[in-house]
Ligand binder design. Structure first.
Ligand SMILES: NC(=O)c1ccc[n+]([C@@H]2O[C@H](COP(=O)([O-])OP(=O)(O)OC[C@H]3O[C@@H](n4cnc5c(N)ncnc54)[C@H](OP(=O)(O)O)[C@@H]3O)[C@@H](O)[C@H]2O)c1
Length: 286
């Protein structure tokens, strides 16, 4: 684990290597660790210094819910633990009983229900950070703006500390910044998929964290960077560890949340923080 930190909103410090919980519910292939292993992974992550968990109330299927696992493993939570959750368009949530329009939509009622569901399932009075996740196909201006305003008023009620946005393009980023205090952007980005390079730089300039999802390809996208295997061999590490070290080297505002149901992979992912890529490695990785 690296001892490098970031602070969401300047006042909520996290170590730059966190943990994403979606994998615990079996996305995308349906396979998942057993309950005991899932609880072990969560507890071990925190023991090893992880203090940033990514989740959502809608990471739930076949009776397995990420928020319930977090609560069972870690409640009462360590004081420095930051749990980042999300509401909005569902990416998973087979167990969440919502009409189709609300699964993809951003209605004020739906967002409030999502915030309340997160509070209830995590067992907290206030959510540390809530990402507004929009649909992959985007949402039009009025719906998106109303959603941000809804979350700002839930924040004013004291239910949310900080806000983020997820699955957004540059126009969404600019619009959000005009309407709300945004502390993080969570989008798809990794060594093999770098469309967001300009957005990462814009976030860095604005003091906003960029949290890439699928940091090791999501388990279904091959990580195909130039010379990845060669660099990994040279350091005696795995390609996944090089991919994570590359993200940490890419920009200081990047905080990573690799997901795994395997205690061994968890240890490897945290060890990636100690992997120092050289100038030569970075040049070869492009
Ligand atoms: N905002 C959004 O729309 C959105 C979308 C997707 C994900 N997310 C968040 O981002 C987090 C990260 O994404 P993700 O978990 O889908 O993708 P990921 O971290 O890129 O990849 C997870 C997959 O890679 C495997 N893996 C992890 N570490 C490994 C290692 N050291 N060696 C070999 N294989 C390894 C895992 O399998 P094993 O279990 O076998 O290790 C799993 O199949 C999620 O958990 C979720 O919290 C957000």
């Amino acid at each position: 684990m690296t001892n490098e930190q970031w602070a969401f909103g300047g006042d909520l410090p996290i170590n730059r290597i966190g943990y994403g919980t979606m994998r615990l519910t079996g996305w995308p292939r349906g396979d998942r660790p057993g309950r005991d292993t899932a609880l072990t992974v969560l507890r071990r992550a925190v023991e090893l210094g992880v203090n940033h968990l990514d989740t959502s109330y809608y990471y739930a299927r076949d009776g397995v819910s990420a928020n319930e696992l977090i609560r069972a493993a870690l409640h009462p939570y360590p004081q420095d633990l930051v749990i980042v959750t999300k509401v909005g368009a569902l990416v998973e949530g087979d167990d969440i009983d919502l009409p189709a329009a609300e699964r993809r939509g951003l209605t004020p009622d739906g967002l409030r229900r999502g915030v309340e569901a997160n509070l209830r399932s995590l067992g907290v009075d206030r959510l540390d950070v809530v990402n507004l996740r929009i649909d992959d196909r985007g949402h039009d201006g009025a719906e998106y703006e109303t959603a941000l305003e809804t979350l700002m008023s839930l924040r004013a009620e004291g239910l949310i500390r900080h806000l983020g946005i997820s699955n957004v393009g540059r126009a969404h980023f600019d619009r959000a910044r005009g309407l709300a205090d945004i502390v993080c952007v969570q989008n798809l980005y990794n060594i093999a998929d770098r469309d967001d390079d300009p957005l990462i730089d814009a976030c860095a300039e604005a003091g906003i964290a960029y949290v890439p999802f699928f940091p090791v390809g999501g388990g279904f996208r091959p990580l195909t960077a130039e010379r990845l295997a060669e660099v990994a061999d040279r350091h005696g590490t795995t390609a996944q560890q090089v991919a994570l070290a590359w993200l940490l080297a890419r920009s200081p505002n990047i905080a990573i949340i690799p997901g795994t149901g395997s205690p061994a992979h968890l240890e490897e992912n945290l060890a990636a923080g100690r992997l120092q890529l050289t100038e030569k490695d970075l040049a070869e990785l492009g």
